[in-house]
Design a protein around this ligand. Structure first.
Ligand code: BDR
Ligand code: CA
Length: 315
């Protein structure tokens, strides 16, 4: 089975891991990337997305997304987690290609409309582009196959406040619209992304097995490891965004509970994802259990082969 996926992304170190996984995984056809602010600014996210697909020697369109949240002021980019330009200490390179002419929301809507029922949108950044697509192209709820989100948490504590996860907190109004719309959504939140961890040794091994792609991820991740050592007490990293992509290719590695979700847009719980049966909106599939070792091995196995995949693409 081929999974046709658009990744909506703010690259970002774990975003780069997710995108290289999608580029190298044989069962995925990456049909586009859409950029969003979060780990970096939107224009930096667009440049980084272009660089990642060029690194993988693939022609994947990149459409630029929104520059700010729907209703609150934009937070500063998360440079302390992902480095000044998104890939740790690796300096920005100018991509050869240019972005798609369409804005991200239009790109999402038109790509889904061109292949009704086939495209999965995998959102691994703040959800503004998806909310704009819902507002301006409401037919997308009928043409998309599924929406899979890295964001939120049900039982785990938040990672930017006591209760909020970063992607949801960056644009809570957008998240509330996306999680309450009448389309199929699965949420891969901190409950299932934090148990999935790779170590510094895992990435050193990837750099040997696949010097170009594994080497790049290993160099970028050095900065991310420092953040995890200082803030989380282990020498490795959470595999947030790759876990969301693997939930598409390997749903059997996860367990889900269905419930409507509400996102507070003000107060101390701003950006929390609250499972709320009384809301009456379409239930969201909430990722609550994960075979963390199997997800980790799935990631490592695909990236080990990433240079071979790149060579096939360029040959
Ligand atoms: C999410 O926030 C970003 O920093 C990561 O790329 C991931 O998408 C984790 O909370
Ligand atoms: Ca991300």
């Amino acid at each position: 089975m081929t999974h046709k996926i658009i990744i909506d992304t703010d690259p970002g170190i774990d975003d780069a891991m997710a995108i290289h996984f999608a580029l190298a995984e044989p069962s995925i056809e990456l049909v586009g990337l859409t950029s969003i602010y979060g780990n970096v600014t939107t224009s930096q996210a667009t440049r980084n997305a272009l660089r990642l697909v060029e690194m993988g020697c693939q022609r994947v369109p990149v459409a630029e997304g929104a520059y700010a949240p729907l209703a609150i002021e934009a937070k500063p980019p998360a440079h302390f987690v992902h480095g000044p330009e998104g890939f740790g200490e690796i300096p920005a390179e100018t991509p050869r290609g240019i972005p798609d002419k369409r804005a991200a929301a239009r790109f999402l809507a038109e790509t889904c409309a061109a292949s009704p029922g086939e495209i999965v949108i995998c959102a691994v950044g703040p959800l503004t582009n998806l909310a704009v697509a819902l507002r301006d192209h409401p037919e997308i709820t009928r043409t998309v196959k599924e929406v899979v989100i890295m964001g939120g948490s049900v039982r785990a504590p938040g990672n930017v406040s006591r209760t909020a996860e970063a992607n949801i907190w960056n644009d809570p109004h957008a998240a509330d619209a996306v999680l309450s719309a009448d389309w199929p959504v699965r949420m891969i939140g901190l409950d299932v992304t934090q148990p999935v961890r790779c170590s510094r040794a895992d990435f050193a091994e990837l750099a040997e097995a696949a010097p170009v792609i594994g080497g790049f991820l290993n160099r970028a991740a050095d900065f991310y490891f420092h953040f995890h050592v200082q803030q989380r007490g282990f020498d490795g990293c959470y595999m947030h965004d790759p876990t969301a992509v693997i939930a598409i290719t390997n749903p059997e590695l996860f367990t889900f509970e269905d419930a409507p979700v509400r996102v507070p847009v003000e107060g101390e719980d701003i950006g929390r994802t609250v499972a709320d049966p009384s809301r009456g909106t379409r239930p969201v599939g909430l990722g609550m259990g994960v075979d963390a070792q199997a997800v980790r091995e799935r990631f490592l196995g695909v990236i080990r082969e990433a240079d071979a995949c790149r060579a096939r693409q360029s040959g």
